[in-house]
Design a binder for this molecule. Sequence first.
Ligand SMILES: [Zn+2]
Length: 347
Amino acid sequence: MRALIKESPQPGIAYRDVPDPELKPGHVIVRVKSCGISGSEIARYRWTDAYHAGGAKDMSRQLPRIMGHEFSGTIAAVGPGVDNRSTGDLVVIQSVIGCGGCESCDAGLPNHCTNRVTIGVNADGGFAEYCAVPASNVYAVPAGVALENAALLQPFAIAAYSLEIGGIRPGERIGVWGVGAIGVSLIQQAIIGGATVEFAVGRDHGRLDAVRQLGVRHTISANDGDPSRRLVELFGGQKLDAIFEVSGHTPAINSALSLLKRRGRAILIGNLQEPFKADLLPAIMDQLSILTVRTYSLAAWRRALSLLPRVQNQPGTLPVERVPLAEGVAAFQRAASGEGIKFVLEP
Ligand SMILES: [Zn+2]
């Protein structure tokens, strides 16, 4: 079969012939329909020195690897010992595999398993015609949801988990820095949950227009000077309950801390591009909470799956460009150059 492969710990990705995946007990083989390119994959494509020194050490030792972790498809084969899945089932893949036996896995948090395996990072992923995955990592696509839309569940689940960690309640006023897939998903679910999204900061005008249609009160372009000044003008006198940082832009945290009311919450999701420095005494005086999020719990994944039929056709849903897998290398180049669109590859 053909697949997109990270071959070596340096920039780039390659489209190659590879052996078909092997069907093992407890696994299924999925014929991939759609696989999204995520922000973390763009970082793996770029493979900067900082990335190599930081989060990439495990993956460096395991290359070559078929990338891709946001995908959906049809079950093509069922391995021995799997009795709850059949060929032809339409499924979406939950990409985090826990050991199943540690404290985090017992708590439904394979995202924090110390032996965590991520499909597309530490196991071959979905930028391929076929992918072998544990049967326990495939979930039936809800009735009425298109298979290609189900592939976008991963950022939606991270957003569901982030809102839970942030403890967002109906009637609260929140803000969001970053309007990528996770930021847009956060905004959709916060509004469904009865919160008011007072602002969103982003670089891409198409995405800012999209979130305005969803009901965001103020959209602020990060291209027109420092957004934090505009935010102080808007909210300095009437502070907010919670602010989500999804952009990875470290100064956004300082801005968030200055805009939160007493006992407000800053929720950090984006991979920060540089170290964070601040005088935290004012935050202590106001008893602010700084919370962090990694991936999602299984409960948040299931909750997001159940919400999918309600949002998939909502105006403002992230603009997506579907590209044949054979043109995946060019799509990665475009994504890495900062084009403000979500690319989904289709074998
Ligand atoms: Zn575990």
